[in-house]
Write a protein that binds this ligand. Structure first.
Ligand code: 4AD
Ligand code: MG
Length: 436
C-alpha cells in the first residue's frame, strides 16, 4: 500500500496543504456524476470535502472504482487541495488516485426521511449523519468549556465513585446491583462525596454519569445522564448562584464562538443564545406559586415540587434562564440548609432554561451544623451505617459550603434547540431502550 508515502491529512487540516497532494481516510457521504466528472462528497469525522474525479486525469481503474463507491463506502483518497470559495468547507480535492477499503451495500440510513424509532435502532450509524455529528461536537465544546471554566476559577477535578453504598437523592429511583454479597447502587449524584472533596481541596468539580431508575418517559429524562457537580467550601448560596450564572453564560458564549458551523447545520436560532449573559433573573418559590395560580394552574399547592408544565409556564416569561429560589424543605433533599428565620424553606435554587427546556441546574447551600444534620438523619431514617462518613464531615472542621449539579444533556438540548434529550448523548438510555 503506497498511499502513506504521500502526506496523510484530515479534512479539518486541509487548509495547511493548499496546492499540495494529501491522502485522506474517508467515507463516501454522497456522490454525483456527469459524464467525464464525478463529485464525491467525502467525510472523515473532522469535516466534509468534495473530491472531484476527472476521467482524463486519473487512471482507468481509479475512474471505475470511483464509480463503484456507494454511500458509506470507506476509502483512502489522494488529491491536490484547492481553495474554493463556493465550497461549504472552502476547499476542494482534485483527485489523483483512490483506494477503496470497503464497498458498502444497503446502508440503512438513506437521505430519505426515517422514523425516530428506526433511527434510534440505528444510533450506532445515525451518529455519522451531519445533524447528529454537529450536536455531539457542540457537546464536546460544552465539556471543554466546563473544564476550562472551573480550572480557570481555581477548582480541581475530583472523581466521585459510581458504585455507592447509599443513596444521594432519595431512594425511589435507585439502581440496585450486587456488590459481591452486599447491595450497592449506581450513583444518582456524586454530591455527598464532592462535599468530602471540598473539605480537602476547597473548590472541586466532578463530571461523570448519574443513574436514575425513573419511570419517566418525557423529552427531558434520561436513565443515564452526565452531570457536572461543583462544590465549594466557605461559600454561601448567594456566591454559588453568581458562579452558576457565570458558568452557564460562559458555556453558551463558548459554543457561539467555536461552533458556528455546527449551530448552522442544526438550524439553531443563535439570536436567542446571544442574549444569555449573567446575571440571570430570580424569583422565589412563593412568587412562582402565586404566579402559577394567576396563570390558572389550580393543581399547585404551596409545598409541592413543580412539574414540567409549571416550569415551562414560569420560564416562558423570561428569555434567559431564571433561578427559582427557596423551595419548601419538604419538596427537596435532606441535606439543604434552611433559610435562617424561615425554617420551612431552604437555601436552594433550580435554574430553568428558556424555551421550555426545564431545570438544567439544581443547587443549594448544605447543612453544616452537626446537630441539625443529626436531626435530619432521624427525620429521614438515615440509619444505615453507609451514611456515617457524611455526618462526620459536620463533626471535623465543618464550614459553610454550597454546590450544584448541571445536567449536561438538558443543557445541550437547550443550547442546540433539540426536540428531545435523546439526541444530546451518543447512546441514550431511555425507559424502554438500552440498544444499541
Ligand atoms: O436536581 P438534581 O437531582 O440534583 C442533584 O443531583 C444534586 N445532588 C446536584 C448537586 O447539588 N450537586 O439533578 C441535577 C440536574 C438537574 O437539574 C437536571 O439538569 C439533571 O441533573 N437531571 C437529569 N437530566 C436528564 N435526565 C434525568 N433523569 C435527570 N435528572 C436530573
Ligand atoms: Mg432537581
Amino acid at each position: 500500500m503506497g498511499v502513506f508515502t504521500k502526506m496523510k491529512a484530515t479534512i479539518a487540516e486541509v487548509n495547511q496543504y493548499i496546492g499540495r497532494e494529501v491522502t485522506i481516510g474517508a467515507w463516501l457521504a454522497n456522490k454525483r456524476s456527469s459524464g467525464k466528472i464525478q463529485f464525491l462528497e467525502l467525510r472523515d469525522g473532522t469535516g466534509f470535502i468534495q473530491g472531484v474525479v476527472l476521467k482524463n486525469e486519473v487512471n482507468e481503474k481509479d475512474w471505475e472504482e470511483a464509480g463503484e463507491l456507494t454511500q458509506e463506502s470507506s476509502l483512502y483518497i489522494t488529491g491536490t487541495v484547492r481553495e474554493d470559495k463556493r465550497a461549504p468547507s472552502g476547499f476542494e480535492l482534485t483527485v489523483s488516485s483512490l483506494e477503496p477499503i470497503q464497498i458498502t451495500s444497503d446502508y440503512p440510513i438513506t437521505p430519505k426521511e426515517h422514523g425516530v424509532e428506526f433511527l434510534m435502532d440505528h444510533r450506532h450509524l445515525w451518529l455519522r449523519s451531519s445533524r447528529q455529528h454537529a450536536i455531539l461536537r457542540i457537546r464536546n465544546q460544552v465539556i471543554k468549556a466546563t473544564y476550562d471554566f472551573f480550572n480557570d476559577h481555581g477548582f480541581i477535578k475530583v472523581d466521585p465513585p459510581i458504585l455507592t453504598g447509599s443513596s444521594a437523592e432519595g431512594t425511589t429511583d435507585l439502581f440496585r446491583t450486587k456488590y459481591f454479597d452486599r447491595d450497592a447502587y449506581l450513583s444518582q449524584s456524586g454530591q455527598l462525596y464532592m462535599e468530602a472533596a471540598a473539605m480537602a481541596f476547597g473548590k472541586v468539580f466532578s463530571f461523570g454519569p448519574a443513574f436514575r431508575a425513573e419511570k419517566s418517559k418525557t423529552r427531558r429524562h434520561l436513565i443515564e445522564f452526565w452531570m457536572i457537580e461543583p462544590e465549594m467550601a466557605f461559600t454561601d448560596h448567594e456566591e454559588s448562584l453568581k458562579l452558576q450564572e457565570e458558568y452557564v453564560a460562559y458555556i453558551v458564549q463558548e459554543v457561539l464562538k467555536n461552533c458556528r458551523p455546527e449551530l448552522k447545520a442544526i438550524g439553531r436560532d443563535t439570536a436567542k443564545l446571544e442574549k444569555i449573559q449573567a446575571p440571570f433573573p430570580r424569583i422565589t418559590y412563593d412568587q412562582a406559586v402565586e404566579f402559577l395560580k394567576e396563570q390558572g394552574f389550580d393543581d399547585i399547592e404551596w409545598g409541592d415540587d413543580f412539574g414540567s408544565p409549571h416550569e415551562t409556564a414560569i420560564a416562558e416569561h423570561f428569555d434567559v434562564p431564571v433561578f427559582v429560589t427557596e423551595y419548601p424543605a419538604k419538596a427537596k433533599a435532606f441535606y439543604m440548609k434552611p433559610v435562617p428565620g424561615r425554617e420551612e424553606v431552604v437555601l436552594c435554587a433550580d435554574l430553568l432554561a428558556p424555551e421550555g427546556y426545564g431545570e438544567i441546574i439544581g443547587g443549594s447551600q448544605r447543612i453544616d451544623d452537626l446537630k441539625l444534620m443529626e436531626e435530619r438523619y432521624r427525620q429521614y431514617h438515615l440509619t444505615d451505617p453507609s451514611y456515617k462518613w457524611y455526618l462526620e464531615l459536620r463533626q471535623y472542621g465543618s464550614v459553610p459550603h454550597s454546590g450544584f449539579g448541571l445536567g449536561l444533556e438538558r443543557a445541550i438540548a437547550w443550547i442546540c434547540g433539540l426536540e428531545h434529550i435523546r439526541e444530546a448523548i451518543p447512546f441514550p438510555r431511555l425507559l424502554n431502550r438500552i440498544y444499541p
